[in-house]
Ligand binder design. Structure first.
Ligand code: F6P
Length: 365
């Protein structure tokens, strides 16, 4: 059986934004128009645009000059799920499955395939659409670098660069004031950003969700540094870092979000605890959404361009319901079913953890 020839595609960006989204959109749209002579539609605000039937035709010019632009020209949403949608018309209504309506708005425009650029939440919804017969191609986005199946997601390199630059600046003020500075970076269930930015900026203590910490060990370590004449310490903590036998620090909950928990507060908690235990002067710095903003690094621009191009090429070869990946240096794809609902955490035997320990970094254990 030959696959139906694709003549028209739509593209959306879902979940939290990240540097490099526009570079993927550009690669997808330019490849689709230039090489494959397709019609291309841009869905506004992720799955919310599908639910609300908001999408526009994209031309070559629409995606010109956006390669280096942070954010997404299409807009995004990390709370809209067509399979569990709660409309908010002044009052909260119960959840409804509006996925058939979303599929209909695509079919009415003659759209044959949907390219979903997003993280785990976006891919979970994409996999549900694939089961309903929609032709999908996923592109792996997230600063957290925690999507299963790919060695790296675009946005991660930029977030690490931003975080490392900030930690470098914290270093000098920590040194001047002889303080313990605790820098909180993003990373809910995986400590990739904390580990890479921490190592890159010479952090003394790195705390990641995969390795629960012991507060007395952190205190012993910073006091020992102080006694050795190193009168400051830098602690880099992933927002999802937690003590042994304890829990992550939740900042708030967004009831209508598919993943309602928002983390935040570990740096303030640790600053108070370390100060109380050691009498050292401590300060907390929370980098937050700064890590998601700004111009993508050249690495992320090229990765995003390769991902966008690969997505289009695979789609035109008849591959569908897959996520584009970079595995062992090669671009390819894996089934969406193997990605949905899973998180790629930092392995305990990861080389960079061993290297960090070898140079004297503490993981609070
Ligand atoms: O998944 C990306 C991410 O930036 C996480 O690192 C962070 O916990 C979360 O999104 C923040 O979400 P929001 O933009 O809704 O505050």
């Amino acid at each position: 059986m030959t696959a139906k020839r694709i003549k028209s595609i739509a593209v959306l960006t879902g979940g939290g934004d990240c540097p490099g989204l526009n570079a993927v959109i550009r690669a997808v749209v330019k490849t689709a128009i230039n090489k494959h002579k397709l019609d291309v539609w841009g869905v506004q605000d992720g799955y919310l645009g599908l639910i609300e039937n908001r999408m526009d035709r994209l031309s070559y010019n629409d995606v010109s000059n956006i390669l280096t632009l942070g954010g997404t020209i299409l807009g995004t949403s990390n709370i809209a799920n067509p399979f569990r949608y709660a409309a908010r018309n002044g009052h909260r209504s119960p959840y409804k499955d509006v996925s058939d309506d979303s599929i209909r708005v695509l079919r009415e425009r003659g759209i044959d395939a949907l390219i979903c650029i997003g993280g785990d939440g976006t891919m979970a919804v994409a996999a549900q659409f694939a089961k309903k017969g929609l032709t999908i191609m996923g592109v792996p986005k997230t600063i957290d670098n925690d999507l299963v199946g790919t060695d790296v997601t675009f946005g991660f390199d930029t977030a690490v660069t931003t975080a490392a630059e900030a930690i470098d600046k914290v270093h000098t003020t920590a040194s001047s004031h002889h303080r313990v500075m605790i820098v909180e970076v993003m990373g809910r269930y995986a400590g990739w950003i904390a580990l890479h930015a921490g190592v890159a900026s010479g952090a003394d203590v790195i705390l990641i969700p995969e390795i629960p910490y012991e507060l007395p060990k952190i205190c012993e370590y910073v006091v020992a540094r102080s006694s050795r004449g190193k009168r400051f310490s830098i602690v880099v903590a992933a927002e999802g870092a937690k003590p042994k036998g304890g829990a992550m620090v939740i900042s708030h909950r967004i009831a209508y979000s598919p993943d309602p928990i928002r983390l935040g507060g570990i740096a303030n908690k640790l600053a108070a605890e370390i100060a109380a235990q050691t009498a050292l002067d401590c300060r907390a710095v929370v980098l937050g959404h700064v890590q998601r903003g700004g111009t993508p690094t050249p690495y992320d621009r090229t990765l995003a361009t390769n991902f966008g191009h690969t997505a289009m090429e695979l789609l035109m070869k008849g591959v569908k319901n897959h996520l584009v990946v970079l595995k062992d240096g090669r671009f390819g794809s894996i089934s969406l079913g193997r990605v949905a609902g899973r998180t790629r955490t930092v392995p305990k035997n990861y080389g960079l953890i061993k290297a960090a320990i070898a140079v004297g970094t503490s993981f609070g254990t």
